[in-house]
Write a protein that binds this ligand. Structure first.
Ligand SMILES: NC(=O)C1=CN([C@@H]2O[C@H](COP(=O)(O)OP(=O)(O)OC[C@H]3O[C@@H](n4cnc5c(N)ncnc54)[C@H](O)[C@@H]3O)[C@@H](O)[C@H]2O)C=CC1
Ligand SMILES: O=C(O)C(=O)COP(=O)(O)O
Length: 528
C-alpha cells in the first residue's frame, strides 16, 4: 500500500506533485495543523506529516500517531515538534536546513532598514495625508556596528550582506571557529562585548535552554544607549517585557520583530511601543524559499518512506539515497545479529560492542549500530526502531562501543556483535553474501553458516553421537518440519551449536523434551 502523507500547514503546492510522482498519497489540508483536536483525530491514518511552524506536534499528537514514520519540517526551526517524544516512538524528524536561509537573512536586513528609517510608520503617516517630513529622522547603516548573536546559516548570510553595506560585523557564537570568522570577515567576540559595542543587534540562534531570553533586562542594560534590536529567529530569545521597557525609555531606539513568544501574536506587550516594526513570522515567506523548502521536504520524506534514505534528520544518522540499497542488507544483518543476541540475553545488558570488519567498516556504521541496537532491544521493549534505539540504549545505561577494522579474517566483510552482561559476554557474527542475504557465520566463537528464517531453534549441546537422531524424532512426532540444519563445534567431542530453521512454531512441550535430551545444554526458539 502506498504510504500516506498529511500536509497540515500552508506548503507550496510544488510538494504535492513531488509526493505523487514518487508514489506517496498526499492529503493537502493547509489549515488542519491549527486545529489540535482535528489533527489528533486524523493523525493515526498517516505515515508522514509535513509541516511549517503553525502545526504544533506535541507529545499528545505523537502518542496518537500510531502509523507515523516521519515528520518533515518545510523550514528550519523544529521547536514546534517534541523531538524526544518522536524519537521515543521511532519517528524521524527532518527539516530543510538551507532552503529558506537566504530569504530569512534578507528579511533581517529589510527589518534593519525598516527600523533605522521608520519606514512602516512613515508610510502609514504619508498615506494618511500627513506629510510629516520632520517627524521621521533616521540613522545611517554605513560604518555602524552590527552584532550577530548566532552565526550559522542565516547569521553568516546576514554578515555577508551587512559587510556589503559597509557595516562592521561582530559575532557571538560559541561554535564559530576563529578560521570561519576570518573567512566571513566578522570579528568573533564574547556576548558582553557585543552588547557593549553593537549599534544594531540581530538574533540568529535556535531557541534552546541556553538561548532563551538571551536578550534580558540585564543584557539590555549592558547595551549602547539608542541600540536597535532585530529578531527574525525565535520569539523566546527575547524578554519582550524588557524590550518594551527599553523602547519606552528610549534606551532602545528601535526594534524589529518577526517572531514572538506566543504565535500567532494577536496581542503582545510590545505592540504599540515607539519605533517598533513587526511582521507576522514572514522571515521565510518568499516564493523562492517556499518552493525550495516544499520541494526539499517532499523529496526527503518520499525518499525515506519509499527507499529508507535519511537526509537532514535531527534524530537519526543520515543514509543517502545512493547508499540505502547497499546498506539495506547490512541493516538487516545488524538487526538480525542484535535480535539473535537480544533473544538469548536474559539478564541486564551493560554494554554492546559492534565490530565492523572489511568493506562494512567503510559504510554508515552509525546507522548499522542503530539497527543492531533495535534488534537487541526489540525482545525487551514493545516498539523500538533505528530512530529510537540509540536513545533507549542510553536511557538504560547500555554502553555502546563501535570498532572498525580493515579486513583481517576469512570473510571479506563481517559484523560481530557482543552483548556484555554482569555474567558474560556473548558474541554473534554475520556477513552478507553476493546474493544480498545475511548469514550468521559465528556464534560464541564457533564457526558455522546459517541463514536465519522466521523460526529458528538454537541448541547448544555436547558434540557426541545420538543427538541429531533423537532431536529429529521429537520434531517429527510434533509435526514440525525442519527447513535447514546448521551445525558448528569447537572441536570433535567439544561444545556444539545447532541452528535449525523450522517451518512454524514449536510446541512448548517439544521444547521441554528437546531440553531433556541427555546431550543438550540449552534450547531456545528464536523468532525473526
Ligand atoms: N523568521 C523565520 O521565518 C525564520 C526563522 N528561522 C530561525 O532562525 C534561526 C537560525 O537559523 P539557522 O541560521 O538556519 O540555524 P543554524 O543552526 O545554521 O545556526 C544557528 C547558530 O546559532 C549558534 N548558537 C547555538 N547556540 C548558541 C548560543 N547559546 N549563543 C550563540 N549562538 C548560538 C550555533 O552555533 C549556530 O551557528 C533559528 O532559530 C531558526 O528557527 C529560520 C528560518 C526562517
Ligand atoms: O524555518 C523556520 O525556522 C521558520 O521559522 C519559518 O517558519 P514558517 O515555515 O514560515 O512557518
Amino acid at each position: 500500500m502506498a504510504p500516506r502523507v498529511l500536509i497540515s500547514d500552508s506548503l507550496s503546492p510544488a510538494a504535492i506533485q513531488i509526493f505523487k510522482d514518487r508514489g506517496v498519497e498526499v492529503d493537502f489540508q493547509p489549515n488542519l495543523g491549527k486545529d489540535k483536536d482535528k489533527l489528533l483525530e486524523v493523525i493515526g491514518q498517516y505515515d508522514g506529516l509535513a509541516i511549517r511552524s503553525a502545526t504544533k506536534v506535541t507529545a499528545k499528537i505523537i502518542e496518537a500517531a500510531t502509523n507515523l514514520k516521519v515528520i518533515g519540517r518545510a523550514g528550519i526551526g523544529v521547536d514546534n515538534v517534541e523531538i524526544p517524544a518522536a524519537t521515543a516512538k521511532g519517528i524521524i524528524v527532518m527539516n530543510t536546513p538551507f532552503g529558506n536561509a537566504i530569504t530569512t537573512a534578507e528579511h533581517a536586513i529589510a527589518m534593519m532598514f525598516s527600523v533605522a528609517r521608520q519606514i512602516p510608520a512613515a508610510d502609514a503617516s504619508t498615506q494618511a495625508g500627513k506629510w510629516e517630513k520632520s517627524k521621521f529622522m533616521g540613522v545611517e547603516i554605513t560604518a555602524k556596528t552590527l552584532g550577530l548573536i548566532g552565526c550559522g546559516n542565516i547569521g553568516s548570510i546576514v554578515a555577508d550582506r551587512a559587510i556589503g553595506l559597509k557595516m562592521k560585523v561582530l559575532a557571538y557564537d560559541p561554535f564559530l571557529s576563529g578560521e570561519r570568522a576570518q573567512d566571513l570577515g566578522v570579528e568573533k567576540v564574547e556576548l558582553d562585548e557585543l552588547f557593549r559595542r553593537a549599534d544594531f543587534i540581530t538574533l540568529h540562534t535556535p531557541l534552546t535552554d541556553k538561548t532563551r531570553n538571551i536578550i534580558s533586562a540585564e543584557a539590555i542594560a549592558k547595551m549602547k544607549q539608542g541600540v536597535y534590536i532585530i529578531n527574525c529567529a525565535r520569539g523566546g530569545l527575547v524578554d519582550e517585557k524588557a524590550v518594551r521597557e527599553g523602547l519606552d525609555s528610549g534606551k532602545i531606539a528601535g526594534a524589529a520583530f518577526d517572531v514572538f513568544t506566543e504565535e500567532p501574536a494577536k496581542e503582545n506587550v510590545l505592540f504599540g511601543a515607539p519605533n517598533l516594526v513587526c511582521t507576522p513570522h514572514l522571515g521565510a515567506s518568499t516564493e523562492e524559499a517556499q518552493e525550495n523548502v516544499a520541494l526539499q521536504v517532499a523529496e526527503q520524506m518520499s525518499d525515506y518512506l519509499i527507499n529508507g534514505a535519511v537526509t537532514n534528520a535531527l534524530n537519526m544518522p543520515s543514509i543517502s539515497a545512493d547508499e540505502a540499497p547497499r546498506l539495506t542488507p547490512f541493516v538487516r544483518l545488524a538487526e538480525q545479529l542484535g535480535s539473535f543476541a537480544g533473544q538469548l540475553t536474559e539478564t541486564g545488558i551493560k554494554g554492546i560492542r559492534l565490530e565492523y570488519e572489511g568493506a562494512v567498516a567503510e559504510m554508515n556504521t552509525k546507522a548499522l549500530t542503530a539497527a543492531a541496537l533495535t534488534g537487541v532491544l526489540t525482545p525487551l521493549l514493545q516498539t523500538v526502531n533505528m530512530v529510537s534505539a540509540p536513545a533507549m540504549a542510553r536511557e538504560r545505561d547500555i554502553h555502546v562501543e563501535e570498532v572498525r577494522r580493515e579486513q583481517m579474517g576469512a570473510y571479506e566483510t563481517y559484523i560481530r556483535l557482543t552483548v556484555i552482561t554482569e555474567r558474560q559476554e556473548r558474541s554473534v557474527a554475520g556477513t552478507v553474501f553476493a546474493d544480498g542475504k545475511p548469514r550468521i557465520i559465528q556464534v560464541k566463537g564457533i564457526n558455522m553458516e546459517a541463514e536465519l528464517g522466521p523460526h529458528m531453534l538454537y541448541i547448544t549441546n555436547e558434540d557426541k553421537p545420538g543427538f541429531i537422531g533423537k532431536f529429529g524424532t521429537l520434531l517429527g512426532q510434533a509435526g514440525v518440519n525442519i527447513a535447514t540444519f546448521n551445525l558448528g563445534r569447537t572441536e570433535a567431542g567439544g561444545d556444539a551449536i545447532a541452528l535449525i530453521e523450522v517451518d512454524g512454531d514449536v510446541p512448548a512441550r517439544t521444547l521441554e523434551q528437546i531440553n531433556a535430551l541427555p546431550l543438550v545444554k540449552q534450547v531456545k526458539l528464536l523468532k525473526f
